[in-house]
Structure formats: structure tokens, C-alpha cells
Design a binder for this molecule. Structure first.
Ligand code: 5GP
Length: 177
């Protein structure tokens, strides 16, 4: 059985530096600065350069688009099958149809939901239904159709731009799921 050698003075110094307060206080510094304090100036210069880059690149970037998906389709920035449009609204085919005819009638004004409608929107809402009636006739929905506003999470509204669903072309059950 060999005997363990007593710790060398170097080892003791290393331990006290490693476990001591001084070490913990410097933990936020990158390793290269901790071991080479001269790097601190370089580190500060890099920090300043990074800050300048972020500040100016932010200023040069185009403004973040706040358009809704439906506004982008209306403005032809996103593809969409538009069946009808006027000054107040656009009717476009749903990308994931739940019936042979599934059209969304969307006001140009990006009102987020049915809940956000006000008295000022009264005639707009009537207009959406009249457009639904016209599109239904154009689509040949002579046996009936359904119109739906999904409002909020319980109703599974997914696009925060109010829209009237027009569904038709098949027999539907009631109540809806
Ligand atoms: P919500 O769930 O909000 O009542 O209805 C949103 C509808 O928009 C859904 O029926 C969904 O299929 C449709 N939709 C989602 N993304 C797109 C798209 O990029 N293009 C089109 N035309 N419809 C979409």
C-alpha cells in the first residue's frame, strides 16, 4: 500500500484560489479575462462594437410587418384565391376547406375579432352577410349554406382578423363540433 503524498504548497495555493471568494466574484468574467486581465480592455471594446452594431442594424432593418395574414393576401403579398372584392371586404377560398365550398369574407379593416366590433361596424357586418349571399349564389349553393364567425379560443378562432366563414356544397350536421 503506497502512502498518499502530502499536498504541495502549490496545491494549497491552487485550492485557495479555486475555492475562494475572489474566484466567485470574478465568475461573470469570460475565462480569457480572468486569466489575462489585460484582455478586459479588449472585451470592453468588443462590447461597445457589438452594441453599436445592434443599435444601427436595428435602425436599418425594414419595419416589422404588422399586417395580418388576410391583409397580406388582400395586398397580394401572400397567395390567395380571391373570388370577390370591393371597398369594404374581400372573399377568398379557405386554404383548408371544410366543405366543397369554403369561403372567408374578410373586411379590409383588420378588426381582430367579433368581440372587437363596435356600433360603427354595424353596416360593415351587414355587408359581409350580403357578400356571403352573393358568393353563395355565384357558387351555386342552391340547397343552402352555413355562415360562421368563430370568436375566441373556445370557438377555435385562429386568425386575429375577423372573418365570416361561408360553407356549403354538402349536407351538414347540427350541433357543430
Ligand atoms: P378561424 O379559425 O380563425 O375561424 O379561421 C381561419 C381560417 O383561415 C381557417 O379556416 C384556415 O383554414 C384559414 N387559413 C389559414 N391560413 C390560411 C391561408 O394562408 N390562406 C387562406 N386562404 N386561408 C387560410
Amino acid at each position: 500500500m503506497g502512502r498518499l503524498a502530502p499536498p504541495s504548497p502549490f496545491h494549497r495555493r491552487y485550492e485557495s484560489t479555486y475555492r475562494g471568494y475572489q474566484h466567485d466574484a470574478l465568475q461573470f468574467l469570460p475565462l480569457r479575462v480572468r486569466y489575462r486581465p489585460k484582455c478586459l480592455i479588449m472585451e470592453l471594446v468588443l462590447l461597445l462594437l457589438r452594441w453599436l452594431r445592434d443599435a444601427f442594424s436595428g435602425a436599418m432593418l425594414p419595419p416589422v410587418s404588422e399586417k395580418t395574414l388576410f391583409q397580406k393576401i388582400m395586398d397580394r403579398e401572400e397567395p390567395g384565391d380571391i373570388l370577390y372584392e370591393d371597398d369594404l371586404c374581400v372573399a377568398l377560398r379557405d386554404i383548408n376547406p371544410q366543405a366543397p365550398t369554403h369561403v372567408l369574407i374578410v373586411p379590409r379593416n383588420p378588426i381582430p375579432s367579433l368581440d372587437a366590433l363596435t356600433e360603427e361596424d354595424e353596416s360593415l357586418v351587414g355587408h359581409l352577410f350580403l357578400v356571403a349571399q352573393k358568393v353563395a349564389a355565384d357558387e351555386g349553393l342552391t340547397d343552402g349554406y352555413r355562415t360562421v364567425f368563430n370568436n375566441g379560443s373556445d370557438a377555435q378562432q385562429t386568425v386575429a382578423h375577423v372573418h365570416l366563414h361561408l360553407l356549403g356544397g354538402r349536407h351538414m350536421s347540427w350541433p357543430p363540433g
